[in-house]
Design a protein around this ligand. Structure first.
Ligand code: NAD
Ligand code: TYD
Length: 340
């Protein structure tokens, strides 16, 4: 049995990972450590809450005592660190929690992993650590780090720290740097669920700047298949880019959502641009393809429809979110911060 600590497992990508592993394998015991911030939601894990190979612990990755206790009690030999503050706009409004969770929290986990001599530590990172591309070119693993937002700079800091633990102590660290994910259970602050939900509610669709910023989209399951492979088969000390060659600009995506839902493009509203807005991300995933035989299985044109259908069929999940604290966040962001 592999005793695996998954952090941030109640969030969008982490919960998808846990559901995926527990459905497909019986050789992994998962301890999910998550302090249930606004983004953590145990509804995402309903399917596995009673699974014999699963234990949820509500707690903070920044708590050295708690993390130490978990490593000891559950004989943790593997770590996958999904836990993070993950939204760029929130990091622009206030950066402190980003550095606490994403940097100090990662340090706490790395120190415990070192003391308990774990066999693998996977740090889930992001392509945003590379900064922004012009119209041409792709991020490779040797692209210099040049993060532009408080969020991406906190993630880059964590990456450098994790690699230093490999270099200095021989800790078997691996890192994935994935592009923008989409799929079920994504919190509605992010582009795709926000636009789906606003369209369904006939609310304005707030587009930052000219709407021509490009992101390289990947279905969350493809990311998690890559994470599973890198966790178990990646070379310690190495970084693996993950992406599905699905570049799209924001307006294209928004129009696709509107057309699928039969809504008018008049809902589109141009806002002020995001401060420091990265223009384009695009991933060269040759390393993981060549070394670990990974390839994406989902095409954007199909998986985006499945995703929209999921939001159509799971209204209670998101209605519950948008009727709570999210309302204040939305007002602050879109009726003040981004308003022309
Ligand atoms: P998310 O915001 O949906 O979930 C984050 C989870 O971490 C939540 O469940 C939250 O409760 C938990 N968490 C936050 N602070 C914590 C703390 N101090 N202790 C314990 N748990 C804590 O994020 P996501 O989109 O699922 O992203 C997961 C990871 O993947 C992050 O590390 C992010 O940087 C990375 N990533 C995300 C994307 C993307 O497109 N969403 C792309 C590449 C990489
Ligand atoms: P986002 O989902 O926040 O991901 P990231 O900034 O981490 O890539 O945003 C994706 C793109 O969509 C980005 O170019 C910003 C843009 N965007 C909007 O135009 N309006 C919005 O309301 C949001 C949330 C994002």
């Amino acid at each position: 049995m592999k005793n695996l600590l998954v952090t941030g497992g109640a969030g969008f990508i982490g919960s998808n990972f846990i559901n995926y592993i527990l459905k497909n394998r019986d050789d992994v015991f998962i301890v999910n450590l998550d302090n249930l911030t606004y983004a953590g939601n145990l509804e995402n894990l309903k399917a596995c809450e009673l699974h014999k190979n699963y234990k949820f612990i509500k707690g903070d990755i920044c708590s050295r005592e708690l993390v130490d206790e978990i490593f000891g009690k559950y004989n943790i030999k593997h770590v996958i660190n999904f836990a993070a503050e993950s939204h760029v706009d929130r990091s622009i409004l206030g950066s402190e929690i980003f550095f606490t969770t994403n940097v100090i929290g990662t340090n706490v986990l790395l120190e415990a992993a070192r003391r308990y001599e774990v066999e693998r530590f996977l740090q889930i990172s992001t392509d945003e650590v590379y900064g922004s591309l012009g119209p041409e070119g792709l991020f490779t693993e040797s692209t210099p780090l040049s993060p532009n937002s408080p969020y991406s700079s906190s993630k880059a800091s964590a990456d450098l720290m994790a690699l230093s633990f490999h270099h200095t102590y021989g800790l078997p660290v691996v890192i994935t740097r994935c592009s923008n994910n989409y799929g079920p259970y994504q919190f509605p602050e992010k582009l795709i669920p926000l636009m789906i939900i606003n369209s369904l509610n006939d609310k304005k669709l707030p587009v930052y700047g000219d709407g021509l910023n490009v992101r390289d989209w990947i279905y969350v399951v493809d990311h998690n298949r890559a994470a599973e492979l890198v966790w178990e088969k990646g070379t310690p000390g190495e970084v693996y880019n993950v992406g599905a060659e699905q570049e799209m600009n924001n307006i294209e995506i928004i129009k696709l959502i509107l057309s699928y839902l039969g809504k008018s493009e008049k809902l589109i509203e141009y806002m002020k641009d995001r401060p420091g807005h990265d223009r384009r991300y695009a991933i060269d995933a040759s390393r993981i393809k060549n070394e670990l035989a990974w390839k994406p299985e989902y095409k954007f044109e199909d998986a985006i429809k499945e995703t929209i259908d999921w939001y159509l069929n799971n209204k209670p999940w998101w209605e519950n979110i948008i009727s709570g604290d999210y309302r204040d966040y939305y007002r602050n962001m879109y009726e003040k911060f981004y308003k022309h």
